[in-house]
Design a protein around this ligand. Sequence first.
Ligand code: TMP
Length: 209
Amino acid sequence: MTQQRGRFITLEGVDGAGKSTHIAWLTDAVRAHGVSVVSTREPGGTPLGEQLRALVLTEPMALETETLLMFAARSEHVRTVIQPAIEAGEWVVCDRFTDATYAYQGGGRKLGASRIATLEQWVHPAFQPDRTWLFDVPLEVARARLADAREPDRFEREGAAFFERTRAAYHARAAADPERFRIIDGTQSIAAIREQLDASLAEMMAAST
Ligand code: TMP
């Protein structure tokens, strides 16, 4: 009998949208359905990827360099962690993936989509998340949350216009692929968000059996 393929779930959203609060809970929720699950993140998820993450979040660099480093980390992550897990029948919950490059570098930093599409085609052709939950909040909510958090990284230090372009690019991604995306109103209570994630997860589980 051939092994059933696992599923690839990603969480996306602007900084301060609240997705990180739900990662551990979501991973446990997937596991509670009786499937084995890997929880990971981008940039990062491998020893090399975590080193690239440290650089890209702190060192000043050209936009092209930044975009290539995101994809360098992703290439390693897809090949050594994500795809092997999915092929082994495991589910993967990933905090950000290529939609973040379209949103942050493409939208926030105004690179546009076409070079990113070229890199995506090279690094993970014909491979996309099965489900993407996009956490969405307005600027004031995100800012209030970030103000209480740790020292801001290079992206969190950007201004309101960068935030709005990033958020708009995420919305455009979601509008272009409504099958894959579910938008979560990140201003809701944690309990309300978990209820929504639970329902969406149950739907995925039912479709995968
Ligand atoms: P995190 O704080 O959600 O872990 O994400 C780290 C930062 O990296 C966040 O500000 C978004 C940014 N980022 C990009 O700019 N492009 C990407 O492709 C990814 C994966 C993250």
